[in-house]
Design a protein around this ligand. Structure first.
Ligand SMILES: *[C@@H]1O[C@H](CO)[C@@H](O)[C@H](O)[C@H]1NC(C)=O
Ligand SMILES: *[C@@H]1O[C@H](CO)[C@@H](O)[C@H](O)[C@H]1NC(C)=O
Ligand SMILES: *[C@@H]1O[C@H](CO)[C@@H](O)[C@H](O)[C@H]1NC(C)=O
Length: 401
């Protein structure tokens, strides 16, 4: 699934060593676990390992790690015993920390690591010296190799302060190595999936927690007039938790909101066609951006991720619901006009559909999109209805969607 990186490649010819590493890691974890659970009531005689295990591990792993581990355990156990001998000792309570993440209550909080990152590390040296730079922004593109020129141009607009992540829907990953930046990018390859499918699976909020802003972008965006660093400055300045760059050309665009305005840095409200907006603070007149080039703050993404449905992969309708995640939405969702992009409208994933009943592949995909939109809307409405019902609150007949 994940593209084999340095580790995969270098360990292949020496798979024995790899196996050994894994094996000793597993044993290490097992021993650690055993000590962990037996410590409070440990009795020195219980810490007697069959010497066959110890020598086996030493053999396999030149003994260093395991021996250190064992020494440490013996010392601790001994001191426990000594200290405990004057008082009633066997009563040290087991660890149970309710404020730990769910499922990890038995661990001492100091060892709990509940979030991770996408920073590649070296296989050698001091762990603390692995990272020369810790990017604070993440940009993902869902790509097919046919769009390589466009993606190459886009990626070059993102500085070293960005982690680049590519979701490959066509299974072609190694071809991208012709680009220098590809070596520092994170590649995820799963055949024929959509942007929101990947986002739901690989961008869990605890995985991307290190990033202040997360760009979840399509592959067909023209970035000649876009600078990512400047974009982020504007987003911060105007307090936008969810945003997108203004779009050009404006012909063929469905929504007024996402069209670029030439005369300002940012806009958060728009006029629409008569009758389209029941409330000027609600979509599509405000609190609204599209899902093709969306940028989320860390907090907004944590909420939006939870709203993405595992089975509704096209994300249709999500744009209208983004506002559920920020408050007040009409001030925190907006379009950045000063850094804008060109929507090229290249049919891409649509062509990855399947011909059915004599219809073109893209027609089937489009049909599914519409269907999902309806399902999403009713799920959201039902969930809200249920919530209010459970709270004993009766809603007026027409709830906003
Ligand atoms: C046992 O007591 C010694 C000295 O009294 C102390 O240095 C050591 O940290 C104690 N060990 C534990 C596990 O409490
Ligand atoms: C990267 O981020 C640092 C710290 O915010 C900033 O000083 C630097 O200018 C950024 N790099 C680019 C290319 O903008
Ligand atoms: C809501 O609908 C019910 C019946 O469907 C109707 O009796 C009631 O008057 C409606 N309430 C409002 C506020 O429209």
């Amino acid at each position: 699934m994940a593209k084999p990186g340095i580790l995969g490649r270098s360990s292949m010819p020496r798979s024995n060593e790899g196996m050994r590493l894994i094996f000793s890691a597993v044993i290490g974890v097992m021993l650690g676990y055993l000590f962990g659970i037996s410590f409070p009531t440990v009795n020195i005689t219980k810490l007697h390992f069959p010497s066959s295990i110890v020598s086996y591990i030493e053999d396999r792993n030149s003994g260093i790690t395991t021996q250190t581990l064992l020494n440490h355990a013996w010392t601790s156990a001994n001191s426990h015993k000594k200290n405990n001998s004057d008082s009633k000792s066997d009563e040290i309570p087991k660890i149970y920390v309710t404020s730990n993440p769910k499922g990890a209550e038995r661990l001492p909080p100091g060892i709990v690591v509940s979030e991770t990152d996408l920073y590649p590390r070296r296989l050698w040296g001091e762990p603390s010296e692995d990272l020369t730079i810790q990017p604070r922004y993440l940009v993902t593109f869902t790509v097919g190799y046919a769009q390589k020129a466009n993606i190459d141009a886009a990626v070059k607009k993102f500085s070293e302060n960005f982690t680049i992540m590519l979701f490959h829907y066509d299974g072609r990953t190694t071809e991208w190595d012709e680009f220098e930046w590809s070596k520092r990018a994170i590649h995820v390859s799963v055949s024929k999936q959509t942007k929101w499918w990947y986002a739901k699976r690989f961008l869990h909020p605890d995985v991307v927690a290190r990033y202040d802003y997360i760009f979840i972008w399509d592959e067909d965006l023209g970035v000649q007039h876009f600078n990512a660093e400047a974009y982020i400055e504007l987003v911060k300045k105007h307090g936008l938790e969810i945003s997108q760059p203004g779009l050009e050309p404006d012909r063929g665009l469905t929504w007024q909101m996402t069209k670029r305005r030439g005369d300002r840095e940012v806009h958060k409200v728009t006029e629409e066609r008569p009758g389209w907006c029941t409330d000027p603070h609600l979509p599509p007149c405000a609190a609204f951006v599209e899902i093709m080039a969306t940028v989320f703050s860390r907090d907004a993404w944590r909420c939006v991720w939870h709203m993405i449905q595992n089975d509704l992969i096209h994300g249709w309708g999500l744009d209208f619901a983004l506002r559920k995640c920020v408050e007040p939405a009409h001030e925190k969702i907006g379009v950045v006009d000063a850094q804008w992009i060109v929507h090229q409208g290249v049919p891409s994933l649509g062509n990855q559909g399947k011909s059915e009943n004599g219809k073109a592949p893209w027609e089937g995909v489009r049909g599914r999109c519409r269907k999902e939109w309806g399902i999403f809307q009713s799920r959201l409405a039902d969930a809200e209805k249920k919530y209010y019902l459970d709270q004993g609150i009766t809603l007026p007949n027409s709830t906003s969607s």
